[in-house]
Design a protein around this ligand. Structure first.
Ligand code: COA
Length: 244
């Protein structure tokens, strides 16, 4: 019987919107339905007008990853359609104009970790456990997480994390630079809200273009990246929020 509870709770905190994954019985496993619910929530008027967005789960799990019960059904044709459908979630999150904060408690595995990596900033509770177990299942992280992890920590550490598939703590994630701060388990969402609130107070256009310029810098020559900086500055200097 379908649950009456929404798969994603949209909580309005003024300038900040919190999207809470709400599939606790399955540790917030990212089924295609949950991914689609997140995409729908991102299209909601609340999220559209938010200055910053926080993604979170439950105390026990941010998310235990892709729904493993759906994996055997995935033929190459379905996988191709998946990336055009609910599987576009991770790139949609990565390209949001607003800053995003992942507030992580408990398990943050597989696609759950990939969702957190698609956010701009990660705050972790002491209970958080990160990991990419895909290779052990005969597949690989393929929701942008492999690419983002290599760019975040370099190929040597990315290989250790992905090939070994071992879970690691919030403290280790912090040491690797994947997490901005580790806080007591019960305070993750409040701290994330504080950080997101600060971000939401910054000029929106500057945030959006700077995010895009940083992403472009990671994949451009120095010359192209410098040009993007200068063109973005020229455009931003005329936008609302620039000093007059
Ligand atoms: N997909 C679908 N269901 C999942 C899931 C996932 N990724 N992760 C957990 N669940 C479900 C379990 O099947 C179980 O459902 P049930 O109660 O109906 O049997 C429920 O969530 C609770 O999980 P359980 O394994 O009993 O909890 P645990 O505390 O003993 O272990 C984990 C937690 C996260 C270590 C374990 O569930 C796990 O290894 N999950 C798979 C993680 C994974 O491989 N993710 C990447 C997929 S590509």
């Amino acid at each position: 019987m379908p649950s009456a509870e929404p798969l994603v709770e949209v909580q309005d905190h003024g300038k900040v919107v919190v999207l809470r994954l709400n599939r606790p019985a399955k540790l917030n496993a990212l089924s295609t339905a949950l991914e689609q619910a997140l995409l729908d929530a991102l299209r909601s008027p609340e999220a559209g007008s938010a200055g910053a967005i926080v993604f979170t789960g439950s105390d026990r799990a941010f998310s235990a990853g892709a729904d493993t019960s759906e994996l055997p059904e995935m033929t190459p044709e379905r996988i191709s359609a998946y990336y055009r459908g609910s599987g576009s979630l991770y790139e949609v999150v990565a390209r949001l104009p607003q800053p995003t904060v992942a507030a992580v408690s408990g398990y943050c595995l597989g696609a759950g970790f990939e969702l957190a990596l698609a956010c701009d900033i990660r705050v972790a509770g002491e209970s958080a456990q990160f990991g990419l177990p895909e290779v052990g299942l005969g597949i690989l992280p393929s929701s942008g997480g492999l690419t983002r992890l290599v760019r975040a920590v370099g190929p040597a550490i990315a290989k250790e994390i992905i090939l070994l598939g071992e879970r690691f703590s919030a403290t280790e994630a912090h040491r690797l630079g994947l997490v901005r701060e580790v806080v007591p388990a019960g305070e993750v969402v409040n701290v994330a809200l504080e950080r997101a609130g600060h971000l939401a107070g910054q000029p929106a256009m500057a945030l959006a273009w700077t995010k895009a310029a940083i992403d472009a810098a990671a994949e451009s020559s120095a010359g192209a990246s410098l040009l993007i900086e200068q063109l973005a500055y020229a455009a931003l200097n005329q936008s609302a929020g620039a000093p007059s």
